[in-house]
Design a protein around this ligand. Structure first.
Ligand SMILES: *Cc1c(COP(=O)(O)O)cnc(C)c1O
Length: 394
């Protein structure tokens, strides 16, 4: 039988170029080819996320959660106040990290599948004196996307630092750090960035870096931007440097992935514009398929629905057995994650390499339709595939 296709919200299917780049014996962290790949990846990350010249990209071994800890620990400390826009499971994790750092957290929480209005965030920011505004770009538990441009703009107006968890958004949803006033943006390697798991990626604006300089209580050493900054600067200038061993195979993969992102073409767009347009178009095409199959999305409105995953409510009479049935049809999808609502919906990832592969998308929609049929909900895999191909731009 064919290897099952991995269509969960990370890890994801990765491109053959990335597989080739991460394959093989580990390069040394001082090897000339590695130094070059690291240098290109650092410059490439700053460019892809629209960071200003003084923006520091940190590429460290770790998970998305490590990237979140790094971001939090470098910009706030005991006694600081943070406003947290809470759109689900991963926002709650951000809140836990802030509290462990003894930060006073004010939460603006949305119902499951909803997102607070930016105006409500603006009102709170204007009223309280906050040291940071924190939000999850796409909360993977709900498939809800916040408006990063609006939130960062409000934070900038209020003189508050802004921090976004972009683990399930980066390299799929648009971010323009300098233009939008985003101070900290972070991700992990195994989602839309398109690598295996294992890299924590954090970008810090000049304002975020100077905030670190003023912290009374430093972050744990392994997460400290002051320890990482000279290392990243050295690599970017083509000089090897050592603080903590980088995941060398994965950095080679990151270099390959950033090259692919820069070379992307879609509907007359190039580079990152093409990447963002492709994810939006694929997500819209899949939404047409879900609708044709009689399925409804968890996110309350289309404007707040992510392009990286679909959180889909189980239809009447169907439950979590659907995830197993889709798996038996050859595609791995994920169950629900929002506390208390896990049994109400399932999640399908559509990011990175698979968005460039119509056959992956066809296998996905056929498997969902087949799974539905197995679970007693009438569905036609051929019709689902026709809807998909009719909805994808040609
Ligand atoms: C996956 C994810 C994380 C956690 O990343 P790990 O690599 O599993 O630690 C954090 N935030 C969001 C939004 C995610 O989707």
């Amino acid at each position: 039988m064919e290897r099952p296709l991995l269509m969960i919200p990370g890890p994801i299917e990765v491109s053959p170029a990335v597989v080739a780049a991460v394959d093989g014996p580990p390069p040394g962290h001082l090897a000339p080819a590695f130094v070059e790949a690291m240098g290109r990846a650092i410059t490439g990350l700053r460019g892809f996320f629209g960071g200003a010249e003084g923006t520091l990209p940190v590429i460290a071994a770790g998970s998305g959660t490590v990237a979140m800890d790094m971001a939090v620990a470098n910009v706030v400390g005991p006694g600081d106040r943070a406003l947290l826009v809470n759109t689900g499971y991963f926002s709650a994790r951000l809140g836990e990290m802030l509290r462990r750092r003894r930060v006073e957290v004010v939460e603006l929480e949305a119902d499951c599948g909803e997102c607070p209005e930016p105006a409500a965030v603006g009102t709170l920011l204007a009223r309280g004196s906050f040291d940071a505004l924190c939000a999850t770009h796409v909360d993977t538990s709900t498939g809800v996307r916040v408006d990063v441009e609006a939130l960062a703009g409000l934070a900038r107006e209020a003189g508050t630092l802004s921090l976004f968890d972009g683990v399930c958004a980066a390299a799929a949803e648009r971010v323009d750090m300098a233009a939008w006033g985003v101070d900290v943006y972070l991700t992990g390697s195994q989602k839309a960035v398109g690598l295996p798991a294992g890299l924590a990626l954090v970008l810090a604006s000049p304002a975020a870096l100077s905030r670190r300089g003023g912290l009374a209580e430093p972050p744990p050493l392994s997460l400290d931007w002051q320890a990482w900054a000279p290392i990243m600067e050295a690599y970017e200038q083509g000089r090897p440097s050592y603080f903590s061993t980088p995941a060398t195979n994965l950095v080679a993969g990151l270099d390959a992935s950033l090259n692919e992102l820069a070379a992307a073409r879609w509907g007359g767009h190039e580079g990152r514009d093409a990447v963002f347009a492709r994810h939006a178009d694929v997500a819209a095409a899949l939404r047409q398929v879900w609708a044709q199959l009689g399925l409804r999305m968890l996110p309350a409105r289309e404007e707040i629905t992510a392009s990286t995953l679909s959180a889909i409510l189980y239809p009447e009479g169907v439950g979590p057995e659907l995830v197993k049935a889709i798996g038996a049809a050859g595609v791995v999808v994920a169950g629900g994650l929002y506390p208390g609502r896990q049994g109400d919906y399932f999640r399908v990832g559509h990011m990175g390499h698979s968005t460039t592969q119509p056959d992956h998308l066809e296998r996905l929609v056929r498997a969902v339709a087949t799974g539905l049929r197995e679970c007693g909900h009438g569905a036609d895999p051929d019709a689902a595939a026709r809807t998909l191909h009719g909805a994808l731009p040609h």
